[in-house]
Design a protein. Structure first.
Ligand code: AMP
Ligand code: GLY
Length: 425
């Protein structure tokens, strides 16, 4: 059968690579894809939010399954648009994707489902939020724009003045546009973060092995926030007991609450979890695979991903055979452009990809790349996700960095300590 993947990042390259391995799949398309997906599959030059053209393409090419990578098309209702045409698509409906698209909606569901999370309040305007801040005790707090803001709408504040500034930027300056129409203010939690994802058909869940990403730009988890500079799986801090708790006390009650709310959640339910001294707390839900967690996790998947995705789409996860995972850990190191997460240049030729690909256990997933006159060039801030599996986390790390060293372009950089947190655990 033919499969279409929507998106253009490292996550989508990993999905294309894994889906192309399915004996049941003979053609994989990626819209719009990158230079890496072009070598694994066929790129289609259609934007992820141009639903009409995507639907036309799927019908003309007899695509039997569409898999959505990023959150924007989900929150904009791509799954509803496909379903209206009776086309099979993996991902949550617009109503269910609100779990990621609206932080206040997410918090309400968490409260309803009695899932441990930070205490919070929601405000509709600048003044009510500012009054609340003025009246409460001056301690660390987190201020969030309610809607999608490409990861930039969250302010982790040390004190009241920082929080007031964040409220101003969201509600008065409207830095995030309509995403700032509501403001969520919550207690700051301390601990280490982990990513726990599950694939669900709205009733049954299949929990994936835990992962951790490195969100900060600098070594030792310092510097500005990014889309993620690397990831690894498994995450030793998430012990099997802790994973069972997260599944039973967080993921399952959330899936049930969504069903009760008549917004059944089908797709990837991704819990960003803070491991506090008082136990795990959900920081947020995402409605899709994490990037770069997906790259590390899919390196470890032994079963056919298409079986898993189709069972979720068809509401038959309860009938699926056990999903098999390699015990070997995987580490993904992101190579980025000079200037990222700020401004950066595009179009720089990348060298050494073949040598990197020949390092044992390594797969180089492309993120921000394109092809110009037969040459792979940079086309984004996060350019590559160099991913390796090995007999241990440190073995996987070594292989990944061996491959990284072979790759060059002007201004290429990466963190040097991806997965060290796992080694400390
Ligand atoms: P979110 O998009 O809600 O996950 O927030 C993005 C990042 O902000 C998270 O990955 C955390 O690093 C941080 N964050 C969010 N909420 C909190 C909180 N209540 N306490 C501490 N850090 C938080
Ligand atoms: N790695 C974080 C995310 O995908 O949101």
């Amino acid at each position: 059968m033919k499969v279409l993947i929507i998106g253009s990042g490292g996550r989508e390259h990993a999905l294309a690579w894994k889906i192309a391995q399915s004996p049941r799949v003979d053609r994989v398309f990626v819209a719009p894809g990158n230079a890496g997906t072009a070598s694994e599959a066929e790129n289609v030059d259609i934007s992820p939010t141009d639903f009409a053209r995507l639907i036309k393409f799927v019908k003309q090419n007899d695509v039997r399954l569409t898999v959505v990578g990023p959150e924007q098309p989900l929150v904009a209702g791509i799954v509803d648009a496909f379903a209206a045409e009776k086309l099979r698509i993996f991902g949550p409906s617009k109503a269910a994707a609100e779990l990621e698209g609206s932080k206040s909606f997410c918090k309400n569901v968490l409260r309803q489902a009695d899932v441990p999370t930070a205490d919070y309040h929601v405000f509709r305007d600048h003044d009510s939020a500012a009054t609340y801040l003025a009246e409460r005790e001056d301690r660390p707090i987190v201020v969030k724009a309610d809607g999608l803001a490409a990861g930039k709408g969250v302010f982790v504040c040390q004190n009241r003045d920082d929080a007031l500034e964040a409220v101003r930027r969201i509600a008065r300056d409207k830095e995030f546009g309509a995403a700032g129409n509501h403001i969520v203010i919550e207690d700051r939690l301390d601990g280490e973060e982990a990513s726990v994802m599950a694939i669900t058909d709205g009733r049954t869940i299949v929990t994936l092995p835990p992962a951790q990403d490195h969100k900060r730009a600098g070594d030792g988890d310092t510097g500005p926030n990014t889309g993620g500079m690397g990831a690894y799986s498994p995450a030793p801090r998430v012990t099997p007991e802790l994973l069972a708790t997260i599944e039973e006390r967080m993921l399952v009650p959330t899936v049930h609450a969504m069903k009760r709310n008549r917004r059944p959640f089908r797709g990837v339910l991704y819990a960003g979890v803070m491991l506090t001294n008082q136990g795990p707390r959900v920081l947020e839900y995402n409605a899709r695979f994490g990037d770069p967690e997906c790259q590390a996790i899919l390196m470890r998947l032994k079963s056919d991903l298409v079986d898993l995705l189709e069972a979720a789409v068809d509401g038959q996860l309860d009938r699926l055979e056990r999903v098999e995972w390699s015990p070997d850990p995987a580490v993904c190191v992101v190579m980025a452009s000079r200037g990222y997460p700020g401004n950066y240049e595009r179009g720089l030729p990348i060298r050494g990809l073949e040598i990197a690909a020949s390092v044992p256990g390594v797969k180089v997933f492309h993120a921000g790349t394109t092809t110009r006159q037969g040459q792979v060039v940079t086309d984004g801030g996060r350019v590559l996700g160099v991913t390796a599996s090995g007999a241990s986390i440190s073995a996987a790390k070594l292989q990944a960095y061996t491959a990284v060293k072979a790759i060059r372009w002007d201004g290429a950089w990466c963190r040097k300590d991806i997965s060290d947190r796992a080694l400390e655990a």
